[in-house]
Design a protein around this ligand. Structure first.
Ligand code: SF4
Ligand code: SF4
Length: 383
């Protein structure tokens, strides 16, 4: 079977000027060996050959690389879509002019709180909030499609309403995701428990009901809140089809190592080096990404084995499952399982279940408009 590669998330460098508490890759210092410009340009061509449609350049902080625009321009010249994920603290006229020229699908800036004190504490740098805010303003002025990414944990979950008020009505797309425990600076005690995790989904859903996609285009990350009986899928996708690592997405580290998803910060899942083997060969090699491509319903762990969704879902987000249970195909943070636990009594009534499902289907017409807001077509409205 041929797998169609929608997006590659590429860590251009692990170097970073901030020290964010929750950083899953514990970025700060560059890796001992990072790709040279020539190696990176070769990988761009290999990605194109693999049929890759979009590339998201991130770090560390990708704008720290002197050859950022050389690599980003090559991505565009090859006809692939480009997203840039930055902390927004590095500014120069050349950067704004360069970004504009690239015509990116999104320039995504991280904001973790609605005010400076907490954001700067989380990001480990005084003045980060002000600089990122100024970066966003300038990008908006330049007509760039701006997104804000908020990574939620116990320290900032209460910031969501403040961030909503800060962002609404500004043409900024907002992605809400939750922190993982992979980073060396992040203590597990700050991770959301299941109820808090669910409340983030409820918050996103409430925003979607309250505001049109033009007023506040908000989504949860694709692994937040799937297979819910009560809520529409809070991510951009109407239907959850299981972990996409190695199915439609892949990740490349700054040293050239290839994984199905960079959220899986675990050497056992490195498929190979894009320096040693062309990316298109790694992508199409028989037996590659076997934990998703080759997974069988029978591999579902105890959290998933009795679930009616197990065949399509295959046990949820690989990273969350590994982080929480040490095993794949056993994600305890899916909304389906959380709801069964939280609302056992209500969900026991089959008629109530049907009503809830119908309520969840309401309002799906907004999906297409939301999709356009997240593909840089911010001005487009539904006819
Ligand atoms: S219980 Fe497991 S298989 Fe079922 S929806 Fe949740 S993650 Fe997917
Ligand atoms: S590991 Fe989780 S975040 Fe990564 S592709 Fe799979 S579902 Fe998405």
């Amino acid at each position: 079977m041929k797998y169609s590669l929608a997006c590659v998330v590429w860590e251009l460098t692990l170097g970073c000027n901030l020290k964010c508490l929750h950083c899953g890759s514990t970025a700060g210092r560059r890796r001992t060996r990072e790709l040279t410009t020539e190696e990176a340009l070769k990988i761009c061509a290999d990605l194109k050959q693999a049929g890759c449609r979009g590339v998201a350049l991130m770090g560390g902080e990708p704008l720290l690389r002197g050859d950022f625009f050389t690599i980003a321009s090559r991505v565009r010249e090859l006809g692939m879509e480009l997203s840039v994920i930055t902390n927004g603290t590095i500014h120069s006229e050349e950067i704004f002019a360069g970004l504009k020229k690239l015509k990116p699908r999104a320039v995504a800036v991280s904001l973790d709180a609605a005010g400076a004190a907490l954001h700067d504490r989380i990001r480990g740098a005084e003045g980060a909030f002000a600089r990122s805010g100024a970066f966003i303003e300038r990008c908006l002025k330049e007509g760039l499609p701006v997104s804000v990414i908020t990574t939620v944990h116990k320290l900032n979950i209460k910031e969501l309403p403040g961030l909503r008020d800060l962002l609404k009505g500004r043409g900024i797309a907002w992605q809400v995701q939750t922190a993982g425990a992979e980073g060396g600076r992040f203590s597990e005690e700050f991770l959301l428990d299941r109820e808090e995790f669910y409340s983030v989904g409820l918050f996103v859903e409430a925003c979607r009901r309250e505001y049109t996609p033009e007023e506040l285009p908000v989504i949860g990350a694709h692994d937040l809140g799937y297979n819910s009986l009560l809520l529409k899928n809070v991510s951009l996708y109407d239907k959850w089809e299981g972990c996409q690592a190695g199915i439609s997405v892949a990740g490349i580290r700054s040293d050239g190592d290839v994984l199905g998803c960079l959220a899986i910060n675990d050497g056992r899942f490195i498929e190979g080096s894009a320096l040693a083997t062309p990316f298109y060969e790694l992508w199409s090699r028989p037996g590659a990404f076997s934990y998703t491509r080759g997974s069988e319903t029978s591999q579902a762990g105890p959290n998933c084995s009795a679930c009616g969704h197990a065949q399509a879902c295959k046990g949820g987000c690989s990273e969350m499952s590994l982080m929480k249970t040490g095993a794949l195909h056993n994600d305890p943070y899916c909304f389906c399982a959380i709801e069964k636990e939280l609302f056992a009594e209500e969900l026991g009534d089959p008629f109530k279940k049907l009503k809830l499902r119908l309520a969840g289907l309401a309002g799906r017409g907004a999906f297409r408009r939301l999709g356009r807001m997240f593909s840089g077509e911010r001005g487009a409205r539904e006819n």
